[in-house]
Design a protein around this ligand. Sequence first.
Ligand code: SAM
Ligand code: SF4
Length: 325
Amino acid sequence: MLQDNFGRRFYYLRLSVTDVCNFRCNYCLPDGYQCDPSVERENSLSVAEVGTVVRAFATLGTEKIRLTGGEPSLRRDLVQLIEKVSSTDGIRRVAITTNGYKLPSCIDAWHSAGLDRLNVSIDSLDRAQFHRITGHDKLHKVLAGIDRALALGIDTKVNAVLLREHNLASLSQFMHWVRETPVSLRFIELMRTGDNRDFFASNHVAGADIERHLLAEGWELVPRERDAGPAREYAHRDYAGRIGLITPYSKDFCKSCNRLRMSAQGKMHLCLFASAGIDLREAIRSGDHELVAAQVRSALSGKQASHLLESGYTGATRNLAMLGG
Ligand code: SAM
Ligand code: SF4
C-alpha cells in the first residue's frame, strides 16, 4: 500500500486524460482553452499508456480511478479508456468528472464500459446564470444527462463552486432540488490559482458559513469511506439527496489527503498545488508497469504535509483544467 512520510494512504488516483475544455467557466478558463505550445494536445496519454499507469497504481493498492480533465468527454476514445481502467485487476471503482454536456448521448456507453461513479459540475440551476458562468446555454442538457445516469443506477454527485458574485444568492434553489433528487451535491470552496487572483478575491466564500447553516437546519454528518474524496457529507431525513462540503482552506484539510494526480502528459503531481509535476512519461511509454510503480513509490517521499494555499502559494497550477481539480 502506498503510504507517505506522514502516514497518509493513497487509494485513489485522479487521472487527467486531456487538458482541453470546451467550456469557459469564469473561475477556471474565462477565455476558453488556450493551446499551450509546450503541451501538445496529441501528446495526451494513449489508451495503452493509461493501462500501464492504472496497472502500476493498482499494484500499489489504488482501488479507485477518476478520469478528469480539461473535459474528459472530449476524448473520442473515452469509452476505450473507461474499459481499460475498469478491466484492470484491483480497480473497484471508476469515476469521471465532467461538465456534463455530452451526458445524454454518452452516459449509456460509459456505463456499459464500466463507469460506476459520476461527478457533474453544475454551478447554477438557473439557466441564464449557468450560461453566464460557463459560457454555454446547456443546463437543460446536463440535467437530462443526470436523470439518465440516475435511471441507470449510477452513483451521481454534483459539484458546485461557491461564487459570491454569481451563485451565492441562489443556494436555496440547489437545496430545493436536493429535496427530491437523490444526488450528492457538493459545494466547493473556490480555490485561488495562478490565473484567477482577482476573481478569487471578489468571489471566495468560506464553506464553514454554509456548514453552520446546515447544522442549524438539522443536517447530520455522514461517516466517510476510505477511498472517498475530501467532502464532508451531510444527510437530512427530509431530503432525497445529500450535501457535501469541500473546504480546502480549512485547518487540517490536507491531513485526510488520500489521492494522487497524474496529468494528461504523464506527470505525477503529489498535490494539486505542487510546484511541479514529476515526469513519468518515459517509464509509462515503455509499458513496464513495475518500473512506473517503482517511480511512483520513490516520488511519494517528496509529498509535503500540506499545501500553502492560505498564504497565497498556488504552485505551478495556473488553472484546474491543467490537472483536473
Ligand atoms: N471539466 C470537468 C468539470 O468541470 O467537471 C472536469 C475538470 S474541472 C477542472 C474539475 C472540477 O474542478 C470541477 O468541478 C470544477 O468546478 C472545479 N474547479 C475548477 N476550478 C476551480 C477552482 N478555482 N476552485 C474550485 N474548484 C474548481
Ligand atoms: Fe472546463 Fe471544467 Fe474548467 Fe469549466 S471547470 S472550464 S468545464 S475544465
